[in-house]
Design a protein around this ligand. Structure first.
Ligand code: HEM
Length: 95
């Protein structure tokens, strides 16, 4: 994530670098946050995924995630079902 040949402006917070269009040309091994494979791969990678899930669950307990505007969203069925448009969400504190 620090190699500017693969990640232009590596220090910039830019989630758009992961969108489909910007990821197409990138080598699939450019993003391996826990290492590649074998003995040196992070031994805690499963734990870290679990921890991320617990963090997300904790956030969702405290906040409600709803649609930003009234959007007409249709399912696009496939191997992974997904919405036909980008969804904008609004996060509000649960009371
Ligand atoms: C989001 C969290 C984490 C990330 C992104 C991460 C990432 C990494 C990476 C990139 C490596 C080097 C892999 C390689 O050399 O190929 C590594 C190694 C290691 N990580 Fe993590 N790690 C995370 C969390 C943790 C946690 C929570 C622990 C311990 C509880 C841990 C323990 C280790 C150890 C002991 C190694 C050295 C493995 C070895 O060289 O034999 N990591 N980690």
């Amino acid at each position: 994530m620090e190699d500017s040949k693969l990640w232009p402006a590596p220090d910039k917070f830019d989630p758009d670098r992961f969108d489909e269009a910007n990821s197409k040309a990138r080598h699939p091994y450019a993003f391996c946050p826990f290492g590649f494979a074998g003995k040196r791969k992070c031994p805690a990678y499963r734990y870290s995924y679990l921890e991320s899930t617990v963090l997300l669950a904790s956030i969702l307990r405290r906040f409600h995630v709803g649609l930003q505007v009234e959007q007409q969203v249709k399912h696009v069925y496939g191997f992974v079902t997904h919405p036909d448009v980008e969804i904008w969400v609004k996060v509000t504190k649960r009371t």
